[in-house]
Each structure stands twice: as C-alpha cells, then as structure tokens.
Design a protein around this ligand. Structure first.
Ligand SMILES: O=c1ccn([C@@H]2O[C@H](COP(=O)(O)OP(=O)(O)O[C@H]3O[C@H](CO)[C@@H](O)[C@H](O)[C@H]3O)[C@@H](O)[C@H]2O)c(=O)[nH]1
Ligand SMILES: [Mn+2]
Length: 750
C-alpha cells in the first residue's frame, strides 16, 4: 500500500536539451574567438581605431548577454501537479481560502465586457465558493464598469450553476460561445439551457454596449449616485459589495467586491502597484485569505481547476513551504497567425521561463499568479514555520502597515496563520474600514510599496515585487496544467506592442539600477547566483539596446566613411560562421516546438526591430527618470473588444500600421541611415581613408540584414494611410539621418 501522505503533491520534471547545449557552446566559442581576434589584431598591428574599440565593446556586451542567456536556459524544468492527491488528502472544507484580484484601469482601452468575462470566469472556478472572494480594482473609476459588474452578477447566478452542472471547461462566456455550439449529440435539456444562457449573455453584452454608447443619458441614481461628478484622477474611495455569500454556501457564489481607490491630483498613485496594494488591504480586512490570485482584466480562466493545481504546489508540505508565488505563464487567445508582432511569447515561455523554472523559479509576470499573503507582507520563509523573529509590537505593525487597527489585526491573524480577521463580520459591514484603507493618504509614512507588497518606482512593478520576495529566500514555481490555465488578449497591432515593449524596457532598466536590482539582491540577499544572472538578462533589455543601436550605427558609419570594423580575409569567417550558426540555432528552437518558418522569421525580425527602437526609447526614458528629469508613465495596453470580431481571421491583421507616435521615429531613422549608407556605397561617394582598411563584406552584410529586418518599415515609407509612415515621422527621421551622416563625415575629415 502506498501511503497517501508520502505522495508529493507536485514534482519537478527536468528537460534535456543536449543538442541545443552543444550549439550554445559553439556560439560562445565563436564569440570568444572574435573577441580574441580583435585583441591580437590590435596588439600585432599596433593600430587602434575608435570604431574597432566600439565594435569590441559591443561584441563584449553581446558575449555577456549570451552567457547570461545560456545560464538562464540551461537547466529547464516544468512542474507537474497532482490535484487528485490534494483532494484525497484534504476534505473540501479544509481547502484554503483564496482571494481573487482583477485590475482594470480604463473603460475605453479595456472595455468593461472584457473585465466582466474575466470576473465571470473567476466566479465559476471549480472551487468551493465560500472559499473565494473576488475583488475588482477599477482605476478608471468608471460607472460603466460598475454597472457591468452589477449586471454580470445577476447573470452569474445562472451562468455559474450551468458551468458546474455541465462541467464546462471555458467559463468566460464570450470565449465559450465563440467556441462551442450545441450539437445533435447533446441532450435536449442541455440544448435548451445552452440557448437560454446564450440569450442571457447576448442580452448582457447588449445592455453594456447600450449604456456605453448612450453614456450622456446615464442616470446616476441609487447605487450609481457616488459616481456622479467623479473624475478619473480626482475622486473619493468607492467600495461596493456586489455579491455576498451570506450563508457561506460552498455551492453558492463567491463574494464580489468593487473598489475604486481614492485619487487626488497631488498624490502619486503608482499605477498598477498602487492598485494591487489597495486590493491587498481591502481583501485583508474582508476575507484575509492566505493565498491570493491576481489577474489582469483580460486574463480569463481557461482551466477551472487551476486553483487546485496551484494549491498542490503551495500546500505541499515538503517542497512547497518556501514557495512564495506560483506563476502561470501568459498565453493568448485569437493570436494572429505566425505571430507577426512577436507578442505571443511562445519561444520565451519554452526557453526562458522554463529555464528560470529550474533555478530559483520564474519571475513574477504581473498576472496569472498565486501569491502567499505572508510572503507579500514581507515575511521570510522560515518565519512561517518558526514565527516572526523578535517580538513585534502593535506600534511597529502600525508603522509598517498603516493606521487601520482592524487591518493591522488582520495582518497579525495572517502571520499567525489563523485565517479570517474579523470572524463572522460580513464584507458589507466593513465598508467604512475598507474605504479608509483605500484612501490615498493611507500609505503615507508606511512600508507599502517601499519594502513590502507591490513595489513602487518602476512601471514594470511585477519583476521587482517578485525579486523582493525571492531575495528573502523564497522560491517560485511555474504551473503549467493542461488545459492552459489562463488566456489573455495579446496586443492587437504594432503600435500597442511597441508601447508595451517600451514600458517593459524602461521599467526593467529602472529596476536594474535601483536598490532592488538583481545584482544587489544577489550580493546582499538570498537570490542564488544563477537566478541573479537570469534576472540580469531580463532587466538588461534596455541596456542591451544601447549596444545594438551603437552597432547598427557603427556599421553605417563604416560604409559611409569607407572604414571597417570587421576582419578581412580569413578573419571574416568568424563573424560569418557566427551569424550562420546563430540563425540555424534559433530556427531549430522554433521548428522543434512545431512553430513555422514564418513564425520564426517574424519573431527574429521583431526582436531586431524592438531592440533597436522601442527598447532604446525605453532606456532613454528610464535614464531621464533616474536622473530626476522626467517621470515615466504606465501606458495601458489596448484590449480588443470581443464584439469587434476575431482578430486572427482578418487578412490585414498582421500588416504593420503606423502613426505619428515617437515609437516609430527611432526605427525609421535606423532604416534611413542604413539605406543612406547602402546608397553611398552603390554610388561610390564614400570618403576614402588612406589606411587602406576600407569597408568590406561584413559591414555590407550587417547593413543589408538590418534593412531586411526593417522591411515592413521600408514598405511603410511608400504606403499611404494607416499602413504608411506619416510624413512628419519621415521628416524627423530624415533630419536625424542627415545629422548622423554629417557628423560621420566630420569625424573622418578631422
Ligand atoms: O494605473 C494602472 C495601470 C494599469 N493597471 C492594470 O494593470 C494591468 C496590466 O496592464 P496592461 O496595460 O494590460 O499591461 P500589459 O503590458 O499587458 O501587462 C504586463 O506588464 C505589466 C507591467 O508592465 C504587468 O503589470 C502586467 O501584469 C503584465 O501582464 C491591467 O489589468 C490594467 O488594468 C491598473 O490597474 N492601474
Ligand atoms: Mn495585458
């Protein structure tokens, strides 16, 4: 007989990739050869030119990047969870409580119908309803989001039982109805109910469409009166209990609470991190679950048993004790075929996240994550077992957590592991306390956002928040059940993708130079060496762009001035082989995952485009922020409304569209500079340098490669309308190109 108690709730499965490792090493060897070649060349020829030195610096950086990337990818692992064992071990009523958080920020960029679907999919989770509470934070302070939630809660009373009765897998109605039609095999009863549900859902979405369309005639009465005269950035806290499971029925509906934290023009709101901290406090007061799940408003549940899977990890008495958070990777529905904008992250998931999964665990990705409340509150892993070090007085707690006595009490309860803070008091009786902790002055002088919980200061709040926990010795785990846990909406077009990339680059650069930088956390905290390096890879996106842009500029400079940075003759074989093997390597990575050639190329060119354009802008904006010159803002990613049709089917969905956004200026400039260089070469009007070390095949190939990557931009130069690059952008880029060429010539002449 196998003793049930000894069976693990989850296991780590290591992935073997011998061939890939061999190629990885070969590339590393070639990179080192190139660097050595440069050093010997300088020593033996006793010539030292600035372009050579710059090329050497860039290539050293690329080698460093390659090393930290290898380090990240080299011990990949996935976790396998056994939810049945969990249920055998724990009776349903002993399963832990989980607080569910949804954030939304803008009713236009994030249509309420999307948020409602996410909420509905959470309410319908396959987990005892009395163990769940769903909190929605609305930074848009939108009466339509609130209206939508009220309507959705009425629909939920039918939808949730329907899903549970028929064991529906996809519980976000718009996903369900777009995928599943009833068939002849279904029972008459099911068909009837299906039709009824579809009818009710259509009704719900029409209602919401109608109020948003006729927004001016909305009646601010009753429940809605508090929204009258509120402005997005200037309004008091609004907390509303929409659903309440009074009798704590396991087959009822979870609590549903709407929160719009106070906003005043003079206060910093700290974007999503600020919203998450308010959610943490309100939920601490009302339900104080030991675990919390956080999702963005577009991340619908796709696997209704996901909590059981995550709990296998967090509740495992052997390996789970030091796990602070469980990360389910972001996956997307209705992605455009072959990923033209490189925002579906399939390869990153396979190689980077699984790679980190084998180290100290994946980084916190901002959504689809289960957190341990005590880890978020700043405890160390061993404090969970042996209690907090030293005696903590109430005064100290108030200093850290703020002045709400009730909230501080809930924190003490959380630390003691004794669950609900104010037993027997239902959420609606705690409204005034909840409003108090949602006020913008509440955090003043406390540790919120500085030492604990969601950290402030970077617009990629997720990475430092996760790092801050891991530096205390916590680990994290990936959770990858079948079917996929959550599905979200990938940015629809080029501009949205570029803005998102800029935000990440900027936010991550700030993290790299902040006190929560992976270097500091490795030196002075408990981030393991290799995990620290993998965090360096992640937070160096911005810095990397500086070297990539420099390299691109250098190549063009060489062609224009007829100088060279690449070896001649035999020496040219090193960079050439490097290029060919690297290409085969990435191609192999994609093909072996069943992705197409087109997919691979789309991703490769997007990697080049984003790392030489928006990452660079992100880096510059991070520098301005670090120097205190200007602040960075969190630009919310637009989510496509489900009613606007399936994105993937549109023939033009993958075409590049442009507008006057500065995000396109750098890219257009890179392209124009390369084109100018090539034209100069073809016309033979280069400046001849007397050393005889003129530009050769290497420089030309680099330049042509860049033009090929930027092909969609090249087409944009000649196209019109939204597919064309606006004249003003072309003009700005042309000016920058002119300046570049001018200074290149001056630099040579002098
Ligand atoms: O002031 C704000 C800004 C954003 N959000 C919410 O934050 C979430 C993420 O914003 P989104 O525009 O969708 O950003 P993405 O680039 O798609 O998000 C990724 O990157 C972010 C960090 O840059 C993380 O916070 C996200 O979880 C992660 O999915 C959304 O639910 C927003 O409603 C707020 O609540 N308040
Ligand atoms: Mn998103």
């Amino acid at each position: 007989m196998v003793n049930q108690e000894n069976l693990l709730l989850y296991e780590k499965i290591w992935i073997k990739r011998t061939l890939q490792r061999a190629i990885d090493l070969l590339i590393l060897l070639l990179l080192f050869s190139l660097l050595c070649y440069r050093i010997f060349f300088i020593i033996s020829n006793k010539t030292f030119t600035i372009p050579w030195f710059l090329a050497f610096s860039c290539e050293s950086w690329f080698t460093y990047t390659w090393i930290i990337l290898l380090n990240t990818k080299w011990s990949p692992a996935v976790t396998k969870t056994y939810p049945n064992r969990l249920l055998q071990r724990l009776p349903e009523n002993e399963l832990p409580c989980v607080d569910l958080f949804v954030t939304t920020a803008d009713p236009v960029l994030e249509p309420p119908i999307i948020t409602l679907n996410t909420v509905l999919s959470l309410l319908a989770l396959d987990y005892p309803a009395n163990k769940l509470a769903c909190y929605v934070s609305d930074d848009g302070c939108s009466v339509f989001t609130f209206y939508g939630l009220l309507e959705a809660s009425k629909f939920a009373k039918f939808w949730v039982p329907f899903c549970k009765k028929y064991n529906i897998q996809v519980r976000a109605p718009f996903r369900y109805f777009s995928q599943v039609t009833n068939s002849d095999d279904d029972s008459a009863e099911f068909k009837q109910e299906w039709l009824k549900m579809k009818d009710m859902y259509d009704n719900l979405s029409h209602k919401i469409e109608d109020v948003t369309r006729n927004s001016t005639s909305f009646q601010f009465e009753g429940e809605y009166a508090v929204f009258l005269n509120t402005e997005k950035r200037n309004h008091p806290s609004i907390v509303k209990v929409i659903l309440e499971n009074y009798d704590s029925l396991s087959d009822g509906l979870p609590h549903l609470i709407y929160i719009s934290r106070e906003k005043r023009p003079k206060y910093e709101h700290n974007y999503k991190a600020g919203a998450m901290n308010v959610l943490t406090r309100v939920s601490g007061l009302m339900t104080n679950a030991p675990f919390m799940l956080n999702v963005d408003c577009d991340m619908v549940v796709n696997n209704p048993k996901i909590i059981q899977h995550a709990m296998c990890i967090l509740m495992d008495s052997k390996n789970g004790k030091d796990v602070a958070f469980v990360q389910c990777f972001q996956q997307f529905y209705d992605g455009i075929k072959d990923d033209p904008f490189g925002n579906q992250w399939v390869a990153s998931f396979e190689y980077i996240i699984k790679g980190m999964g084998g180290l100290q665990g994946p980084f916190y990705g901002g959504t689809n994550t289960f957190h341990r409340r005590n880890a978020i509150y700043g405890l160390y892993p061993d404090e969970i077992q042996y209690g907090r070090k030293g005696k903590i007085t109430e005064k100290m707690l108030i200093q850290q957590f703020g002045s709400s006595k009730e909230f501080v009490k809930s924190v003490t309860h959380a630390f003691e592991g004794s669950g609900n803070s104010i037993d027997g008091i239902s959420p609606s009786n705690l409204l005034d306390k909840a409003i108090q902790v949602s006020d913008c002055g509440y955090e003043y002088g406390t540790s919120w956002g500085k030492q604990m919980c969601w950290l402030y200061g970077s617009i990629s709040e997720d990475v430092p928040t996760g790092l801050n926990m891991q530096r205390k010795g916590w680990r994290s785990e990936c959770c990858t059940p079948e079917p996929t846990a959550f599905m979200g909406c990938a940015p629809g077009g080029l501009l949205t993708t570029m803005i998102q990339q800029k935000r990440w680059s900027s936010g991550l650069t700030v993290v790299f130079f902040s006190k929560h930088s992976p270097v500091m956390c490795t030196l002075f905290g408990k981030i393991q060496f290799r995990a620290g390096l993998s965090y360096c890879w992640l937070t160096n996106w911005g810095l990397r762009s500086v070297f990539e842009v420099s390299y691109a500029a250098l190549v063009a400079y060489c062609i224009i001035t007829n100088t060279s940075i690449f070896p001649k003759g035999l020496g040219l074989w090193i960079p050439l082989t490097l290029f060919v093997i690297y290409t085969i390597h990435t191609l192999q990575e994609y093909l072996s995952k069943g992705l197409s050639l087109r997919f691979w190329w789309n991703n490769q060119r997007m990697i080049t485009m984003r790392s030489t354009s928006v990452w660079f802008i992100g880096f510059l904006s991070a520098m301005l922020k670090l120097l205190g010159i200007s602040d960075t803002i969190f630009e919310v990613t637009q989510k496509e409304s489900p009613t606007s049709g399936v994105i993937g089917d549109d023939a033009n969905a993958g075409r590049f569209t442009f507008d006057e956004s500065p995000a396109f200026v750098v890219g257009t400039t890179i392209l124009l500079v390369q084109l100018t260089a090539l034209v100069v070469k073809i016309l033979g009007v280069q400046l001849v340098v007397h050393s005889g070390n003129g530009c050769g095949l290497g420089e030309l190939m680099c330049s042509v490669y860049l033009v090929v990557c930027y092909w969609p931009f090249l087409k944009g130069l000649f196209a019109r309308g939204k597919y064309g690059i606006p004249l003003s952008t072309i003009f700005k880029s042309a000016l920058l190109t002119f300046i570049f060429v001018h200074f290149s010539r001056i630099a040579v002449v002098s």
